[in-house]
Structure formats: C-alpha cells, structure tokens
Design a protein. Sequence first.
Length: 241
Amino acid sequence: MKALKIELTRFMMAYKFALDEMNTKINILKDEFNYIHDYNPIEHVKSRVKSPESILKKVQRKNLDLSLDSIQENIKDIAGIRVTCSFVSDIYKISEMLQTQKDIKLLDSKDYIKNPKPNGYRSLHLILEIPVFMSDGEQLIPVEIQIRTIAMDFWASLEHKIFYKYNKEVPQSLLNELKEAATTAAELDVKMERINRDINIFKEKDQLEEEAMLINVNEEHMALPLRLLKFIGQTKKETDY
C-alpha cells in the first residue's frame, strides 16, 4: 500500500508541476504585454488538478482500465487551465503564442467558437503537452487549456449552475432560451471587438497628431503650442505673397 501511495502521489505531482510550468508561461505572456504593448489580453486565469475521486469517476464513465498508464493515455484534462480574455481575437493570439513555444506540443484542438456546441457553448479547447523534469527523468504531461471571452465564461458558468441545480431533464423551452442567451453573448463579443478596434484607430490618430506637435532640440523633446504653429503658418503665407 505504501508503494502504491508513493506511485499515485508522484503521478499527481507530475500534473501539478505541469500546471505550474504552464501558469508561469501564461503569466510571462501577461506581463510582457503589460510592459511592452501597454495592453493585457488576459483578464483572469484559473487552474486546477482533478482530484483522485474525479479521475476515478471519469475512468468508470469511460470504462477504462484502472491503471495509471491507462489514465495517462486516455484522460487528457487532469491538469486544466481556464484563461478568460476581453476579445475573441485575444483568444487566438494567446493560443498562437503558447503553441509557438519550443517546449510545448499541440496534441489536440477543438474550436467551439467557430463551431459552437448544440447548446450554444463557445470556447477554444487546447490539449498542450509540456515536459516536466522529475528526479527519475523527463515526463511529457498533457494540460488542457480553455480560452474564452468574459461573455462566454459568464454564460458557461451560469449554464453549469442551472444544470447542476436542476436534477431532472431540463424543459426544451429553457434549453432554447439558454441557446438564445449564448447567441446574444456572441453578438456582444462581436460588437465590443468592433468598438475596441474603432477606439484603437482614434488612439493611433491622436498619437500621430501629438508626435507632430513635438520637435527635438539637443536630444530634448519640446511641445509646440498650437497658436505658435498657426502664427508661423499665417506668417509664411503672407511672406509667400
């Protein structure tokens, strides 16, 4: 029993360490965007390792062999991270940045944003494999990453609570309303992304105008008063005549 306990503990620890590694990578990306781009595409990050009891229930539900090798081969969401973003474009941006890292390998991808589930659920699911270095060598551990917008996460959380409380079969009328709510959330994402894009256009225009009002004298930036520019422009016109 002691040997089995040690083996199970090492098995679970490998997933915890994989989760720690992936969280570190996500936090680095988050800080990089804050410092360099003055913008953070990541709103929230939540992670968890399935409990042995939850793993056992999934093994029984999928009729798998009750062995650690079988569990590692067939259950890929023991370690899971949920990343919440502001906009849909951020989802694919984060996905690309994670997948381009040399020590990460994409095992599987399910895009429920472009292809929503029948109930309206939207999210991007990735199974990413990351190396974990234990005392007895390297282990390649899968981590499930779910990336979604705030609106998608809000809908999914409430949908889960509603179904958790309702023990019987949910009436079709309520299922229709939930799907309609998911569509509304998706429309909100599209609208907010468009507004954000338009604001960025105005922001870039303002920055160009501000830069046009600066001159460099002895490596020092000096702001030019608008009245002075108008006066110089008017004087130049009179001189030209």
